[in-house]
Design a protein around this ligand. Sequence first.
Ligand SMILES: Cc1cc2nc3c(=O)[nH]c(=O)nc-3n(C[C@H](O)[C@H](O)[C@H](O)COP(=O)(O)OP(=O)(O)OC[C@H]3O[C@@H](n4cnc5c(N)ncnc54)[C@H](O)[C@@H]3O)c2cc1C
Length: 383
Amino acid sequence: MSHWMFTEEHEMFRKSVRAFMEKEVVPNIEKWEREGETPRSLYKRMGELGYLGIKFPEEYGGSGLDLIMEAVFTEELAKCGAGGVAAAIGSHTSIAMTNIWKYGSHEQKQKYLVPGIKGELIAALAITESSGGSDVSAIKTTAKRAGDYYILTGSKTFITNGVNADYVIVAARTREDPVHRNVSLFIVETNSEGYSVGKKLKKLGWRSSDTSEIFFDNVKVPSENIIGNENEGFLYVMENFQYERLTMALGCIGAAEKALELAIKYSKERIQFKQPLSEFQVIRHKLVDMAVDIEKARNITYRAIYLYNKGENCVTEATMAKVYATEMVNRVADQALQIHGGNGYMMEYPIQRIWRDARIQTIGGGTTQIMYEILTKRLGILS
Ligand SMILES: Cc1cc2nc3c(=O)[nH]c(=O)nc-3n(C[C@H](O)[C@H](O)[C@H](O)COP(=O)(O)OP(=O)(O)OC[C@H]3O[C@@H](n4cnc5c(N)ncnc54)[C@H](O)[C@@H]3O)c2cc1C
């Protein structure tokens, strides 16, 4: 049964996205995992189908639809069981390009959003540095004004799409103080002089997304490439975190559903002690617990999406969704792997990939501990 939040149009869209994923993504997952990246051709294909511009205005080649429509896409993308592909596409649309859409100028939208929506250019967002991911005040990359340019110096790490991006939204320090009012966002073209990419990082999961360090050695960035106002970058990043966290929560629900589906299927097929595993009450009840856990995450997340789509402040709800759904997918994937027994530990069974992919969810986009700290403040627990 469909959730009340979705209309008939949302459900029709879900069907077509699911069919696309089954036909054009699922058969290629293992290849892309081995290659360590999502190919450009998938961005192009998704661009042609309008999947990269669901929420963006029609004026820039988007479909101008609501965020719930994009939520449908995000869930279905994750449900095909390739966290890496979901990370690559999600970083491009939800995390990087959203900053240009929300805070960028008309010219920036023409130059970077339009080809991004078509899948012709790949985008990334670069905030994290080796000095710290949780502590944004630890950003050391600087951008110094020099006439019509800013000169960027420093480095970033763990950047999703870092190898293949054509442009990167970079958070850099534009003055020393005050903390949280000293960072600006820049659109940096990756073919700029002085810009370089480290090696593709080898990861436990999300293998079909490329991740790397990036370096800025006196990179000249035209001043028109600053996003919004100088020194307000931290505010933009924090504001957009609500949506990034909701996107991650949705992805976790999709991946957990896939894990449950695989576990149910396996429990019916695998015979032990002359009966399918599903005949053992302990296994059946484990599967039910997993389904209930997913449902809890779904309801917390859908409520937050519903509020966010209405334009309401939902920092508390989005943070709760992120923390619950990301911990939930780890529990569910772990139990699904347990039900697969030794086969679950083998690389030919897709459950191992979902289990590996799940692990990053409580770390990326703000760790579980940071979510608890935000909620501590939001709930007025500290006096
Ligand atoms: C695969 C992958 C893809 C990524 N993609 C991107 C990307 O595209 N762009 C980008 O900018 N970043 C990206 N990141 C970085 C990611 O956002 C950071 O790894 C994350 O924010 C955590 O930062 P950290 O790794 O520096 O850990 P740290 O901040 O060093 O944290 C280490 C541990 O300390 C805990 N901790 C830290 N501070 C506190 C506190 N105040 N109270 C309690 N506990 C605390 C944390 O919860 C964690 O358990 C990616 C990371 C990975 C692994």
